[in-house]
Design a protein around this ligand. Structure first.
Ligand code: FMN
Length: 216
């Protein structure tokens, strides 16, 4: 991997649980591959354009195979350049807190901006869909107060990791790795144990990805 985009969906800066574990992943990957170029997009600071009626009408045109009308072209140029930026990376590291069982709205906004025909997927008249982001690696660091991964009875409430995995699959990504930082609310010792478990999983993932890269 030469270029990695860190997509940070937590606004909590240095206090972010997902960001703490992502920082460890980044440090490990960079130590194993000093030439790795890392860029970060902080979604709560980024200037994301609105996804409004102009953009939506242009999308229906693209889905029907018709060109985007001139009055919608400027909005689509912005979306196209965001999607090209996203696709220009060999991999993505996503720092993602769970918000109300799903994603923070800024990450959903970003996904809505870049997920369009001809940008991150292609479709034909018969309804076949092909993802255009295949061949890359995605790493999701998913933080939640609830202890997902250790309580099967709450698995049905996960629209965070399950959504991101489905979306990445839709745009063609098959090499998807996840580290859960789960159980971040509660007694100090329980939270410390959850962080230690996530840190150990992050180390194991870095070792796995680094060994794979070295073998190529
Ligand atoms: C608006 C909001 C909604 C949240 N909703 C959930 C939730 O549905 N389930 C859950 O387990 N944690 C929920 N949390 C807790 C966060 O997922 C948890 O604190 C996580 O560790 C935050 O990650 P971060 O520190 O990287 O931002 C919510 C937090 C906020 C601020």
């Amino acid at each position: 991997m030469k270029r990695l985009l860190h997509i940070n969906a937590s606004p909590r800066g240095a206090r972010s649980r997902s960001g703490t574990i992502s920082g460890q992943v980044l440090a490990g990957l960079s130590a194993a591959n000093p030439a790795l170029v890392v860029e970060t997009i902080d979604l709560f600071d980024a200037d994301l354009p609105p996804f409004d009626v102009q953009a939506i009408e242009g999308r229906y045109g693209l889905l029907m195979g018709t060109p985007v009308p001139p009055e919608q072209a400027a909005a689509w140029d912005q979306l196209r350049s965001l999607a090209e930026h996203f696709r220009s990376f060999d991999g993505w590291l996503m720092s993602v807190p769970m918000w109300n069982f799903g994603l923070p709205y800024r990450l959903k906004h970003y996904i809505d901006l870049i997920t369009h025909p001809g940008m991150t997927f292609r479709n034909d008249a018969a309804g076949n869909v092909e993802g255009l982001a295949a061949g890359r690696t995605a790493i999701i660091v998913a933080a939640s107060a609830m202890p997902f991964g250790t309580m099967p009875e709450i698995d049905g409430l996960d629209f965070q990791l399950s959504y991101l995995s489905a979306w990445l699959g839709f745009i063609g990504v098959t090499d998807i790795h996840a580290v859960r930082v789960a159980g971040t609310f509660g007694p100090d010792d329980a939270v410390a144990a959850a962080m230690a478990k996530a840190a150990a999983e992050a180390d194991a993932l870095v070792a796995q990805l680094s060994a794979r890269a070295a073998a190529v």
